[in-house]
Design a protein around this ligand. Structure first.
Ligand code: 5GP
Length: 181
């Protein structure tokens, strides 16, 4: 195990199984429709890549990037769009794909931003949720796992740009981010 990791919270096999089930559920719900999956950069890329391959309905992808909180792992509540969508979503069935919902501020902002462009529908698929940290209520239509309030990395999630390549979702040792949270 990587020396900065305290423990594995969700092992790769468990994630894979959950993603497979989410894909089955989403494919059934969108039967006869075409999905435009919008990944939130960069944390959702690994999840989106796996989810895409278990969807059985037609799907296109696009990406949106919002300001990260830099090295600090706490949510400042300030959301800024760094890269907007390439194409219009008006009239499309949009599935917003997020890595983790913490305070809910990012998701809340993104939902409003997307809804203002009149998609035919907008649903949210999030891999992880930390309900105990919520500051604004947000609805998650498809959720992978609800987790306790611990800072996690791996499977696309980073700390200061690192650890995204770890195949499991892991709790980062406190010493690594101490002072920054
Ligand atoms: P929110 O706006 O819901 O507070 O924050 C969502 C964003 O905060 C996520 O997209 C992610 O970038 C970051 N975040 C929140 N909790 C964690 C965590 O435990 N690990 C990592 N790597 N990022 C987190």
């Amino acid at each position: 195990m990587h020396p900065d990791i305290e423990r594995v919270l969700l092992a790769r096999e468990e994630i894979q199984e959950r993603v497979r089930l989410l894909g089955t559920q989403i494919s059934a719900d969108y039967k006869g429709k075409e999905i435009l999956a919008v990944g939130v950069l960069k944390g959702s890329v690994v999840f989106l890549a796996d989810l895409l391959r278990v969807l059985t309905v037609p799907v296109e992808i696009d990406f949106i990037a919002v300001s990260s909180y830099g090295k600090a792992s706490a949510s400042s509540g300030v959301v800024r769009i760094l890269k907007d969508l390439d194409r219009s979503i008006t009239g499309r069935d949009v599935l917003l794909v997020e890595d983790i919902v913490d305070t809910g501020l990012t998701l809340n902002y993104l939902k409003e931003h997307l809804l203002s462009q009149q998609p035919a529908g907008l649903r949210v698929c999030a891999l992880l949720d930390k309900p105990s940290r919520r500051r604004v209520p947000v609805e998650i239509d498809y959720l992978g796992f609800s987790i306790p309030d611990e800072f996690v990395v791996g499977y696309g999630l980073d700390y200061a740009g690192r650890y995204r390549n770890l195949p499991d979702i892991c709790v980062l040792r406190r010493e690594v981010y101490e002072g920054g949270r």
